[in-house]
Design a protein around this ligand. Structure first.
Ligand code: PHE
Length: 362
């Protein structure tokens, strides 16, 4: 072998060893520059070709270029190996065992009112309703006047409604006595079709085993061109079945009066008592669970909607009462006593999100 060829063979052996020894991307780059950079060993040898005779140039050129290709290939292979190793290391370091329990010592429980609110929202969301909210502190217009309450209606009086001190102009703010004012706020700001539910706090001056001064309601409102009483019944029956998690419910609509709906009806559901347990869906007793009706034309007009063009229905029910009924909670006042033992017993697992697919309550 000629001296030049021996030189190339030695260079290849040296470069191969350095490539193999490169432990990271930076040292591999040093090897690449030393071989193929502007002043690299292979580059320098390619520069000598010009001085050779055509025959020599042909054979030497082929040999040096072949060496260049092999070294390039070796550098790339080593780079891939280093990248793979780095990725493996990262994957191993960032590995997360998702089967590990999350803070097994965590003790928080979801309050039955939050649970039932989320259940109701899950059911109506699946039917295409949005959630709307409004302020706890209301004015007379939204809580009463716009809802077609006559001026001398007893609900306006002190013994039902918490009023604030009169303002300079004589008007008094109040704690909303129901979630219905959010009907008004929604109809005044949104164009139909409207399909909303409104969960929230409500206040009335009342306290016994089934009444607390602060309680919770969820209101429903649907406004469109052809919404009728059949839609109201179908929606509320579907709700009752889903909420009580039974295949069938018996419902009964009894005529009633609300200033803001006409006609109005209370919905009763059939139940029976077996020992201490209340069973929904069977039996021959009736229990009232909500108020409802077709939105009164005056209410639509008060919100700037033409009753000849739009109509719809509304309903309202007590969340706390629904919770007592579904989960067998005997005294409403315990809901607000902040007793950790009570919450431990009646509360829900924070990791169980109520949804229709896997079941509302577990
Ligand atoms: N706002 C009524 C109440 O608090 C309930 C209701 C809402 C009735 C909507 C009819 C329509 O008793």
């Amino acid at each position: 072998m000629s001296a030049v060829m021996t030189d190339l063979a030695a260079l290849e052996a040296e470069l191969s060893a350095r490539v193999a020894a490169a432990a990271d991307a930076a040292s591999l780059e040093e090897v690449r520059v030393a071989a193929l950079g502007k002043k690299g060993a292979i580059t320098e040898r390619l520069k000598t070709l010009g001085a050779l005779s055509p025959d020599e140039r042909k054979s030497m050129g082929a040999a040096i270029n072949a060496l260049k290709d092999r070294v390039t290939e070796a550098l790339e292979a080593r780079k891939r190996a280093l990248d793979d190793a780095a990725l493996d290391q990262r994957l191993a370091a960032e590995r997360l065992d998702v089967s590990l329990p999350v803070r097994p010592e965590a003790k928080g429980r979801i309050h039955p009112i939050s649970q039932v609110t989320e259940e109701v929202v899950a059911i109506f969301s699946a039917m295409g309703f949005d959630v709307a909210e409004g302020p706890d502190i209301e004015d007379d217009f939204h809580n009463f006047t716009a809802l077609n309450f006559p001026l001398d209606h007893p609900a306006r009086e002190m013994h039902d409604t918490f009023f604030f001190e009169p303002k300079a102009d004589g008007s008094r703010m109040l704690l909303r006595t129901h979630t219905s004012p959010v009907q008004i706020r929604t109809m005044m700001t949104r164009k139909p079709p409207i399909r909303i539910i409104i969960p929230g706090r409500t206040f009335r001056c009342d306290s016994d085993q089934t009444h607390t001064p602060m309680f919770h309601q969820v209101e429903g409102l649907v406004i469109d061109r052809e919404t009728h009483m059949g839609h109201l019944k179908g929606t509320l029956e579907a709700f009752a079945k889903a909420f009580f998690e039974v295949d069938a419910v018996k419902t009964r609509f009894r005529p009633h009066f609300f200033p803001f709906t006409e006609p109005s009806a209370e919905m009763d559901i059939g139940y029976e008592r077996v020992g201490n347990e209340v069973r929904i869906g069977t039996g021959s007793k009736w229990m009232e669970i909500l108020g409802s009706g077709m939105v009164h034309p005056n209410v639509l007009r008060n919100c700037g909607l033409d009753p000849d063009e739009y109509q719809g229905f509304a309903f309202g029910m007590g969340i706390d009462r629904l919770a007592m009924l579904k989960y067998g909670i005997p005294d409403l006042r315990d809901f607000f006593a902040a007793d950790a033992r009570w919450l431990e017993h009646y509360g829900f697992d924070p990791l169980d999100q109520p949804n229709l697919a896997t079941g509302l309550s577990r």
